[in-house]
Design a protein around this ligand. Structure first.
Ligand code: C2E
Ligand code: MG
Ligand code: MG
Ligand code: MG
Length: 279
């Protein structure tokens, strides 16, 4: 009885501190100061066209250079930013930083690249999302057709009708849309009927072990046919081996992103990778 009473009492004073591990608490509290102090950075992972073998774009992936914990993965802090609503200003920072990088690359001879950024489902619950995106892209002076927004099916959970309207409005801006992580969770073919996307990104769990799994290969092959018939291009994520590449190439996948070519890297390393392929 005493122990229970004690637990309840302490809960009154600090409801979250007792339940959240130290690191999580520290990360959550540190989000805003980190943005103000420039501790967030973007890494870029090349997207490679399978036929030409050339880099045509990059996915921007956020990192947190934390004074205590070192480089922190987005998997550890994006959920916290979503929970607190901080993902809204953070997402705006990501888009702006990616636009600036694109302009810089244009000036350095890395021409015609596209850059993709990930949008959280929380950003879709925001009234002004389309306007904010339009404003950032135009302020940075970037051609919207060179910006790709990566979305996941989670954006349809709340209010599919609103979500569809937002996607159509984004398309009118000229930005490209891609459906990320397809094949995880409750992936449903019914979404593909209605959403105005140009790219379907097959999740890495799809090609994991595909080399030894004939049924996986057949599903993969069939999905590519479906996507192509719907005028979508297919990007396979998480390609790590030459054997995996050979299989997805044989099924006419359009492009790949994976450790086989490169993990996400800082901008200067991305520039080296780009220049190496020309030399
Ligand atoms: P995602 O958008 O699906 O990004 C792909 C993730 O797969 C990246 O992890 C990338 O490093 C990893 N990956 C790429 N190729 C391979 C491979 O060959 N093998 C393996 N094992 N992994 C590979 P990362 O950078 O840790 O990002 C994780 C997730 O965090 C992203 O998944 C995305 O959902 C989220 N995220 C990252 N940056 C942002 C952001 O700026 N905003 C939002 N809202 N979410 C972000
Ligand atoms: Mg992504
Ligand atoms: Mg993904
Ligand atoms: Mg993801």
């Amino acid at each position: 009885y005493m122990a229970k009473k004690h637990r309840n009492t302490s809960r009154l004073y600090s409801p979250s501190m007792n339940e959240m591990p130290y690191k999580e608490t520290a990360l959550e509290a540190g989000l805003l100061p980190a943005l103000e102090n420039g501790q967030f950075l973007l890494y870029y992972q090349p997207k490679v066209n399978i036929q030409s073998g050339k880099i045509y774009g990059a996915e921007a992936l956020i990192r947190w250079k934390h004074p205590e914990f070192g480089i922190v993965s987005p998997l550890d802090f994006i959920p916290l930013a979503e929970k607190t609503g901080f993902i809204i200003p953070l997402g705006e920072w990501v888009l702006r930083a990616a636009c600036k990088q694109l302009k810089q690359w244009d000036g350095q001879g890395l021409h015609d690249l596209t850059v993709s950024v990930n949008l959280s489902m929380i950003q879709f619950q925001q009234k002004h999302l389309v306007h904010t995106i339009e404003q950032i892209i135009s302020e940075e002076g970037v051609d919207p057709r060179r910006i790709e927004l990566e979305l996941t099916e989670s954006i349809f959970m709340d209010n599919p009708g609103d979500t569809l309207r937002i996607l159509h409005a984004l398309r009118l801006l000229g930005v490209r849309l891609s459906l990320d992580d397809f094949g995880t969770g409750y992936s449903s073919l019914s979404y593909l009927q209605s959403i105005p996307i140009q790219y379907l990104k097959l999740d890495k769990t799809f090609i994991h072990d595909i080399v030894n799994d004939y049924r996986k290969q057949m599903i993969f092959k069939s999905l590519i046919v479906i996507a192509h018939n719907l005028n979508m291009e297919v990007v396979t994520e998480g390609v790590e081996t030459a054997e995996e590449l050979a299989i997805i190439k044989s099924h006419q996948c359009d492009s790949v992103q994976g450790y086989l070519y490169s993990p996400p890297v800082p901008p200067d390393r991305f520039e080296e990778l780009y220049k190496q392929q020309i030399a």
